[in-house]
Ligand binder design. Structure first.
Ligand code: Q46
Ligand code: ZN
Ligand code: ZN
Length: 315
């Protein structure tokens, strides 16, 4: 197969786009598409001060490098979950990219603040690790924005992640989650930061190719707690559909975004968005909590620890 632009041997063929590229022209294609997404959905504005949630994996590190290449300066934030070698190696990869692009990374060490890794924190809460992890990560990501002056949190979620999550929500009609997902989420009440996902419409394979061609050294292993996750099964099912009918995932996710936009506009017309939602805040740390202490503060109290949300700074 030949590169659509220069006619040399292609290194990647993209069936969903009915095209193929050599390394150089794939980079151009990928970056152009992401830039179009950023503009079309107004993900990043001129006055924004973004921070990237980095995990050491291909998606977040590619996003960090991509932004730097596009002249968008962004620091990183990493939550060290205290999962042995997995967390240690992830942080090494993150630091190497931080050095390469000359940016800072804020590191939140779960073991330093909670006196134990995420699996022990979860046991103490009688929750599964992913549930405790999600709660702490959401808190920390928001905290870094509020305390360090960032107004936008960027994450590396890709098309496969979004399609799998959407598939799961539709399959079980989880209405409480279904229409909450979006490529960009506005800030709330001056307490929750704005969030955006620039790789929302890029497949996992495309992001992996971008990482490899860009020489990004990322951690290949997945978090050990991701084993058996339903999203992995959904990704497999959607992958089979994609094989038979290339472009299905993109159509599914783009169709969702279109419906969502229409729905949000309709709600605004009806004045529903302005309807009285009263925010409540944690009395200990001021984080939005839905009443009483937030999950983060309750977890610290459970282990009889004082409030702390300290970051190590690297770079
Ligand atoms: S939630 Fe669960 Fe992931 Fe946290 S404990 Fe690992 S698998 S990292 S996105
Ligand atoms: Zn080419
Ligand atoms: Zn709190």
């Amino acid at each position: 197969m030949k590169c659509r632009v220069c006619g040399q041997t292609a290194s990647i063929s993209l069936r969903s786009h009915k095209t193929a590229f050599c390394d150089t022209h794939f980079l151009t294609f990928f970056e152009k598409r992401v830039n179009t997404t950023i503009r079309r959905y107004r993900l990043i504005g001129d006055g924004d001060r973004p921070v990237v949630a980095v995990s050491g994996g291909k998606d977040s590190l590619s996003l960090w490098v991509f932004l730097t290449r596009m002249g968008i300066t962004a620091d990183g934030v990493y939550v060290d979950l205290g999962i042995g070698d997995y967390s240690r190696v992830s942080l090494e990869k993150i630091k190497a990219v931080a050095d390469r692009i000359g940016r800072k990374v804020h590191i939140f060490h779960v073991p330093d603040v909670f006196g134990r890794g995420i699996s022990e924190v979860a046991k103490g809460l009688r929750r599964v690790p992913c549930s405790a992890c999600g709660m702490i990560k959401r808190y920390v990501m928001n905290k870094v924005c509020m305390d360090k002056g960032y107004n936008l949190l960027l994450t590396g979620h890709n098309l496969d992640d979004e399609a799998a999550a959407l598939f799961g929500n539709v399959l079980y009609w989880k209405k409480e989650y279904l229409w909450r997902k979006d490529i960009v989420l506005d800030a709330k009440d001056g307490h929750l930061s704005r969030k955006a996902k620039p790789f929302f419409l890029c497949s996992e394979r495309e992001v992996a190719a971008y990482a490899v061609i860009s020489g990004i050294d990322y951690i290949y292993e997945e978090c050990p707690f991701s084993k058996g996750a339903k999203t992995i099964t959904y990704k497999g099912i959607l992958g089979s559909l994609e094989e038979v009918s290339p472009g299905t995932k993109l159509m599914f996710v783009k169709g969702y975004l279109k419906e969502l936009r229409e729905m949000k506009e309709m709600r605004q017309d009806d004045g529903e968005a302005a309807a009285g939602f009263e925010a409540q805040f944690c009395p200990v740390c001021g984080y939005p909590s839905g009443g009483g202490e937030c999950g983060f503060c309750r977890t610290l109290q459970k282990f009889e620890l004082p409030y702390s949300a300290r970051f190590e700074e690297y770079g």
